[in-house]
Design a protein around this ligand. Structure first.
Ligand SMILES: C[S@@+](CC[C@H](N)C(=O)[O-])C[C@H]1O[C@@H](n2cnc3c(N)ncnc32)[C@H](O)[C@@H]1O
Length: 278
């Protein structure tokens, strides 16, 4: 429990500040969660209340730095290798061949963006799957961009060193081929590491999103659950701009665009849904 208390008026201001900057929306029943996640920021900045913290975020010269720490504190970064295998299978057997077939014959570069990649398990999983699919043998080049708003998770992703918990769903054959066990954890091999480029991108910020590549496939799984409908629409608009014409968007299992936007058409593949740019 936090030793500092956030009253409702301050909560609403902090909540709105966060929402305007990154789209993450905290309901009024999340006051304790926010109190808990931000109490160490007050200590670190040697402040004495959430009012002072809000003021710091808005006006202090160190504001840009603090914004990064704020994102590191408020985001939920749960992830693992080979998360939601049914969905990955639908990607491999349905979405991927569809995208490859739609590419022009001279264009043998597949571009994938893992948006909201957390500590890197998702983009590295995709890299391993594409190697397993023999894409390189078939003459394809693969570019994977992985991004997150939190620079803490991006720095961790670049190290590509993982605890037992992260690899709990990884097939043994994949472990053997693409990881090296070290005293510090499981290290992703260089062949896979080299395939992924990491960037710190806030999906809510159109300027930052422009730094992303034009993708054939965007994975944005378990990210928009923290957004309200308006922020979801805004981010979907960004994805629409960044996708190639027949591009595919893959959201998390519990996420849907139904009744939200007509910019994407749902496509069912083996009990899963992916979205095609309309
Ligand atoms: C629960 S993790 C999902 C990781 C991975 N995609 C997966 O499904 O396993 C959600 C990630 O989204 C990131 N995120 C939240 N809001 C974001 C925003 N506005 N821009 C970029 N990333 C954001 C968080 O920092 C967090 O690492």
């Amino acid at each position: 429990m936090s030793k500092y208390k956030m009253n409702k008026a301050v909560f609403l201001q902090v909540r709105d500040f966060i929402y305007e900057h990154c789209g993450i929306y905290f309901n009024e029943n999340k006051i304790y969660l926010l109190e808990d996640r931000l109490s160490h920021r007050i200590e670190e900045r040697k402040l004495s209340s959430y009012e002072e913290y809000l003021y710091f975020l808005q006006y202090d010269p160190k504001r840009p730095e603090e914004l990064k720490s704020l994102y590191n504190s408020i985001t939920t970064n749960e992830t693992s290798f080979f998360r939601d295998p049914t969905q990955l299978d639908a990607f491999k057997t349905g979405a991927l061949p569809m995208v490859l077939e739609a590419k022009k014959p001279h264009d043998k570069v597949l571009r994938i963006w893992s948006a909201g990649c957390s500590t890197g398990e998702e983009p590295y999983t995709l890299a391993m799957m594409l190697v397993e699919e023999g894409l390189f043998m078939k003459g394809w080049r693969v570019e994977i961009l992985a991004s997150d708003i939190s620079d803490r998770v991006i720095n961790s992703a670049k190290k590509a060193l993982y605890p037992e918990y992260s690899i709990r769903n990884t097939p043994a054959a994949i472990m053997k081929k693409y990881f090296t066990k070290t005293p510090e954890g499981y290290q992703v091999n260089n062949e896979i590491k080299r395939m992924v480029r990491f960037l710190n991108i806030n999906l809510f910020d159109s300027g930052q999103v422009r730094a992303a590549l034009t993708a054939d496939i965007i994975f944005c799984r378990n990210v928009i659950i923290y957004f309200d409908d308006d922020s979801k629409r805004k981010v979907m608009g960004h994805f629409h701009d960044r996708l190639t014409d027949s591009g595919i968007l893959v959201l998390g299992f519990s996420e849907t665009l139904i009744n939200l936007t007509r910019a994407f058409r749902p496509k069912g593949i083996n009990r899963c849904v992916v979205y095609q740019k309309a």
